[in-house]
Design a protein. Structure first.
Length: 286
């Protein structure tokens, strides 16, 4: 990939997740909530799955799949974080997956694809390792996530220095997500949004949770200098309060797509309709 298209520093992402392997339990409740919302979609299909790939589940997704009687292989960019999932687990880059084509009939990527530089390419690889009629379930933070923190940090840094560096990751627009699935070759793509509001009695707890989960800033053009204490103190003071607590929004883009298979329903051929719209409208008027 052209280095100009590298939005994220993947070495930094790996370091953050290496470090977070020891602390991720502190944010298990948030990860559990997000995973449950994604896996609820399994209850909407009669399809039964035998072999799943858990991508970046941080020790939360694999046990939930095993509880459903599904065999699971987990992978993570970070070797220590991969080990959190229990065996079998491998360290693997989401941008260069090491699995053979048609290895799995289910892939679950819960909050794990938002630090990928080539998201369309990663989705293509995920589709390739799915068996025909296999299912991809993925969630990633969408535009609107941590909007409060982004705005507060920008306003505080502009006031202090006259400019602002990128300190919160850019997130995709929900409207683009279904298109990404279609572009990657998935059938019946669906993208919808769910919001989780996080409330903190103490503002610094939000920053501690982001670090504990491996979500520290890994934007390639980030300012790598240690920020002044005044920046975060000023920014946290600007965060909106709800019921006496600091509020932060996690907007999840929930993606569903199927690996193409001959048995799947297909749209009728263009021009094959037997009833004209004009006739339907005329009948309604009658």
């Amino acid at each position: 990939m052209d280095s100009n298209l590298h939005v994220f520093d993947r070495a930094a992402v790996r370091r953050h997740r290496d470090r977070a392997a020891a602390t991720v339990g502190a944010v298990a409740d948030v990860l559990e909530d997000a995973a449950d919302r994604l896996l609820d979609r399994l209850d909407d299909t009669t399809r039964r799955f035998n072999q799943a790939l858990d991508v970046g589940g941080r020790g939360v997704v694999a046990p939930k799949l095993r509880a459903r009687g599904i065999n699971v292989v987990s992978c993570d960019l970070s070797h220590p974080m991969a080990a959190v999932n229990g065996a079998p687990a491998v360290a693997a880059d989401e941008e260069v997956l090491p699995f053979a084509p048609a290895s799995f009939d289910l892939i679950v990527a819960s909050l794990s694809l938002h630090w990928v530089n080539d998201l369309p390419g990663a989705l293509i690889q995920l589709r390739q390792v799915l068996r025909p009629d296999g299912l991809l379930l993925a969630s990633l933070p969408a535009l609107g996530t941590l909007a409060e923190l982004r705005q507060a940090l920008t306003a505080a840094e502009v006031a202090l220095t006259g400019g602002a560096a990128p300190r919160v990751s850019p997130f995709p627009d929900l409207r683009d997500c279904a298109g990404l699935l279609q572009r990657a070759g998935f059938a019946l793509p669906v993208a919808d949004a769910e919001d989780i509001t996080l409330l903190y009695a103490e503002p610094l707890a939000l920053l501690r949770d982001l670090r504990a989960g491996g979500e520290a800033n890994a934007v390639r053009l980030r300012d790598k200098r240690i920020p002044s204490r005044a920046l975060f103190a000023s920014a946290l003071a600007l965060l909106p309060a709800q019921d006496g607590r600091i509020a932060a929004t996690l907007r999840l883009a929930m993606l569903t797509g199927w690996a193409p298979a001959p048995s799947q329903p297909k749209p009728a051929a263009r021009g094959s309709g037997q009833v004209s719209l004009a006739q339907v409208l005329k009948d309604d008027d009658d």
